[in-house]
Design a binder for this molecule. Structure first.
Ligand code: GRG
Length: 310
């Protein structure tokens, strides 16, 4: 039977997801000093039905650079641990206050608020333990730790989240102003998402490259790919919030648009948002041309981001 391009990348991601889930599970076996309820909350949050896009990016970046999946797997798991922590904390009442995540009650709804905060804390620490103990040689492990810490830190994930929570006013503070209010807001929105979403995409690709011994030119190409893909992913996320299906997404829809939050379709309209996402995917694919056929999975994943329904 003929397979469409997106069917075959979907199958490939499904296969990778199985391997990633197995590896993730092996990293969350705690000794008796970890309280049972905390262990359950950590496993619940990490092993739920996430798409595993960021770890897939780690593995595909390693593949593009001629590396093997086994060496890159601890880095792939570390990225997913930071991502899972950020979702648990983002869902808390003090932040986005959500009750549904990955098709199930959010961690604080399933357990309680304190347990959710602690599960997130433990996942963040575990990410760096996983890199430090499993990536070889040690100088590559150190570089991986620094890369992930920067992406998760105050000038990236946490900073983007802080500005997002503070709302448009806080986010635009310090940005250059222009006569055109829409372009100021667009700059602000892009600045938030470059930190909140883009930084973790870029770090995932860089980690895959580092695990495969990539050179500076290859790392730069991977980062350019991640920058464009991260923004395109966020635009499609906003489009799914407007038009998506709650059951497929496993989270509430029309939340951002309904709360008057700044979004790409809200600022640019649906058609223009879609056009920009397509343009960014073209840019991403262009950036990894230097790898030739070794980047074919990265390219297919980029196209899949445009077509996804969850
Ligand atoms: C709490 C420091 C801190 C940060 C939270 C991740 C995050 C920042 C907020 C979640 C809300 C949001 C819309 C973030 C943008 C990134 C994004 C779309 C995350 C969801 O990623 P998916 O779709 O989720 O890859 P799965 O569940 O598939 O892993």
């Amino acid at each position: 039977m003929l397979q469409t391009r997106s069917t075959s990348i979907t199958q490939h991601i499904d296969q990778l997801r199985g391997q990633i889930n197995e590896a993730l599970s092996s990293f969350v076996q705690f000794d008796q000093d970890c309280p049972e309820r905390l262990r359950e909350a950590i496993r619940y949050s990490l092993l739920g039905s996430g798409k595993r896009l960021r770890p897939a990016l780690v593995l595909m970046a390693a593949e593009a650079c001629g590396g093997d999946a086994t060496a890159a797997m601890p880095a792939a798991c570390a990225v997913e641990m930071v991502h899972a922590y950020s979702l648990v904390h983002d869902d808390l009442p003090a932040m986005d206050d959500d009750d549904l995540r990955r098709g199930r009650p959010t961690c604080h709804k399933q357990f309680d608020e304190a347990t959710a905060i602690l599960a997130g804390d433990a996942l963040l620490a575990l990410a760096f333990q996983t890199l430090a103990e499993n990536v070889r040689p040690p100088d590559v492990a150190a570089e991986c730790c620094a890369t992930l810490a920067r992406a998760a830190g105050a000038s990236a994930l946490v900073g983007g989240q802080a500005d997002d929570l503070a709302g448009t006013q806080g986010a635009t503070a310090g940005l250059p102003s222009s006569a055109d209010g829409t372009s100021d807001l667009l700059d602000s929105l892009q600045h938030i998402h470059a930190r909140k979403t883009g930084a973790m995409f870029i770090a995932s690709l860089r980690l895959g490259g580092l695990a495969a011994g990539a050179n500076a030119e290859q790392l730069e190409a991977l980062e350019a790919f991640g920058r464009a893909l991260g923004l395109a992913f966020q635009i499609t996320d906003d489009l799914l919030d407007v038009r998506g299906d709650e059951a497929a997404l496993g989270k509430r829809v029309q939340k951002d648009s309904g709360r008057g939050k700044l979004t790409f379709p809200g600022l640019l309209g649906i058609e223009e948002s879609r056009r920009r996402a397509e343009q960014l995917i073209d840019e991403a694919i262009q950036a990894v041309n230097i790898f030739g056929p070794a980047a074919s999975n990265l390219e297919a994943l980029a196209r899949f981001v445009l077509e996804r329904n969850r």
